[in-house]
Design a protein around this ligand. Structure first.
Ligand SMILES: Nc1ncnc2c1ncn2[C@@H]1O[C@H](COP(=O)(O)OP(=O)(O)O)[C@@H](O)[C@H]1O
Ligand SMILES: [Mg+2]
Length: 271
């Protein structure tokens, strides 16, 4: 479990995060939901340590991360996997070399043979067992995301952070990437944090949703609760989606459209 407590962050005197407290639950897909420019990526970067918050603290499974000694911070960092927004693969490396890279950095005790086996395992897990020798330029956007996921989980991460994992993908590929993230989260009991503004992801994988608006947390709950949450800013955000509006209309005519929408994609907890 990751606990974020009263985080504040300003740039040149302009506050971006205005005292955010929230919890990311272990073994679940935790969604940071909100419109563009609300501070989702800044919060994510503060949590993983790429940015320093002005005020507040972050705790990983009981260990304080903010302002801790370097060895404690490094120990936590080793457990963090990150899927960057544009996948951020190294263009000059093959797919397999990309996945091997964090193993070379973080687990020098592994032999080349062990690393090769781990890379093979992770590529197979994301459905890319045949793509190891390809270059990033030769594969599709969805495959790049899969490589990014394989690279993030290669060093056995405990915490997985994904910034807009669906950006630039078509709807069908987006769902497959969402499903893969959910499966891996459950399979390995990872604490996963996904930044998104995509209502499809909310309905697909939103086990715990935290809604941010203008640098503040306005609501948190489950995907079953989100559609009926009585927070005007959240309602406005949700019902800007035509699909959700249509489901709500059916629901108002008491046919259970919203329930059907969330239940139809509830594939059950484990895999
Ligand atoms: N490094 C930075 N320097 C100055 N301003 C920043 C920086 N990073 C983000 N911001 C500002 O913080 C706000 C929130 O950005 P961001 O967290 O990227 O939003 P989003 O919710 O879309 O991910 C934006 O107004 C953005 O311009
Ligand atoms: Mg962002």
């Amino acid at each position: 479990m990751i606990e974020v407590s009263n985080i504040e962050k300003s740039f040149d005197g302009t506050p971006v995060l205005k005292g955010i407290s929230c919890v990311f639950e272990t073994g679940k897909c935790n969604l940071l939901l909100g419109g563009s420019g609300t501070g989702k990526s800044v919060l994510l970067q503060c949590i993983v340590g790429l940015m320093k918050p002005d005020i507040g603290s972050i705790t990983f499974d009981g260990t304080v991360y903010t302002n801790s000694k370097i060895d404690i911070r490094q120990e936590i960092r080793r457990k963090i996997g990150m899927l960057f927004q544009g996948s951020a693969l190294f263009d000059s490396m093959t797919v397999a070399q990309n996945v091997e890279f964090p193993l070379q950095m973080l687990t020098p005790e592994m032999t080349p043979e062990e690393r090769r086996e781990r890379v093979e395992f992770c590529l197979k897990r994301v459905g890319l067992e045949k793509a190891g020798d390809k270059m990033p330029a030769e594969i599709s956007g969805g495959m790049k995301k899969r490589v990014g996921i394989a690279r993030a989980i290669a060093p056995h991460c405990t915490y997985l952070f994904c910034d807009e994992p669906n950006s630039g993908l078509d709807p069908a590929t987006s769902i497959k990437i969402d499903e893969l993230i959910r499966e891996i989260t459950h399979e390995y009991g990872i604490t996963t944090v996904i930044v998104t503004h995509d209502m499809n992801s909310v309905i697909e994988i939103g086990e715990h949703i935290i809604f941010l608006h203008q640098g503040k947390k306005l609501w948190d709950g489950t995907k079953e609760e989100v559609l009926n949450a009585e927070v005007p800013e959240l309602q406005e955000f949700i019902f800007s989606s035509a699909l959700v509006r249509a489901a709500k209309k059916v629901d108002d005519e008491s046919v259970g459209g919203l329930a059907a929408l969330t239940e139809s994609v509830d594939h059950g907890g484990g895999i």
